[in-house]
Design a protein around this ligand. Sequence first.
Ligand SMILES: *Cc1c(COP(=O)(O)O)cnc(C)c1O
Length: 451
Amino acid sequence: MELFPGQLSAQAFGKDIFSTLKDNDSRVYELITKEYERLQSSLQLIAAENQCSRAVLAALGSVIQNKTTEGFPGARYHGGCEIVDEVERLAAARAREAFGAKYANVQPHSGTGANQIILTAILGRGDKVLSLGLDQGGHLSHGAKVSFSGKFFDIENYYVDKETFLLDYDAIGRQAREVKPKLIICGASAYSRTIDFKKFREIADSVGAYLLADISHIAGLMMAGAHPSCVDYAHFTTTSTYKPGGPRGGLIVMGKDYESKIKVGGRDIALWEHIEKTTFPGMQGTPYLNNVAAKAVFFKETLSDEYRARQFKIIDNAKALAGGLAGLGYDVVTGGTDNHMVLVNVGNLREGLTGLAGQKCLEECGIIVNMNRLPYDKKSAAITSGVRLGTPIVTKNGMGPVEMGSISALIDVVLKEVKVKSDSEYEIDKSLRDEVRVKVKQLCGRFPMRY
Ligand SMILES: *Cc1c(COP(=O)(O)O)cnc(C)c1O
């Protein structure tokens, strides 16, 4: 392109972006710098987090963020869309390839938003839904009372088995035949075992229900074949895109049922088309096209050998972490893990220890985890008996089973030495804390953030 005086090339524009922030807003620049340093010097073990590439960050911070339009590629409501149409088509095509899907919608602003779109597309006010309860490992957007999904629809929850904490498909099937839901939701935020999507579809078919699989946590594993796919079993598959390592945002994909018909206002319409109409104008306005561009970058990455191999290492590391903790006497929920997540009952480790106190004292020592309610937990959601750990970030940075052993030992030192004062208060010896912090920093120093 010919440049006029004062115009910058696209390359020069992009290159200056971070120093421009420093010059124009030193406060925000400083905070971003601090967050970067926090990430470099502490252990990121939150199962819902991942670490996207610099290429994804570049697409997020690009001028595509300025493009405003409504609708889908080829049918927009504003001019100037010829390039973003290509961007969105590319993102959707790569998402289809990554999931082996027939249809992909890259516009949802979040995982929660993707679920809102499916629920409002399929259900009328007061229609019945059967889903895993929040306190059993489900997600807020699956019908929790405090969420939109619990306010407008009639929610029945299924439960994990009281003894094994595993999904009991026979019990879920019996419950489905009693409840006769219009929609069944599977997929979880805190369930560390393989989910049998085929069985869920059989249950859905036995009562004529639609099946939504929300795979936010396991989407990366599924793309790599490290968890069985749900795409052709579920009518709709939803996920957040940051959990598998992409930009923040949501995604809807559909498999073999994408063209089956649904009656809307007395007219038969294809499921995928109904989902698009519910996305816009039903639930959302303008798409975040910079996020869509970043999703395109991310889905290309998911096709790489490095990404696919890493998903298997994430599971190996989670198994090593679960094994390490179990070996030190910890109650690992369900006895282990099949995915990236380890749930630990810290209440069973020591009298009085809670998830909240565990999270806080580990954080003080540079080990970042989150408290999590466990099935049939006696503690409230704000206290909990559990801690949830995840291995996507430490694996991305190159750690392996040996380091998982070191991390188990560091967690153990903290949780066995901390003095519990109440559900939320604790005291930890300062020299012990400093000692753990130094070890955490050294470990992180050996495995710097990879992009
Ligand atoms: C994280 C999560 C979501 C929410 O995704 P957001 O993008 O944060 O809204 C939805 N469903 C499940 C199962 C999740 O784990």
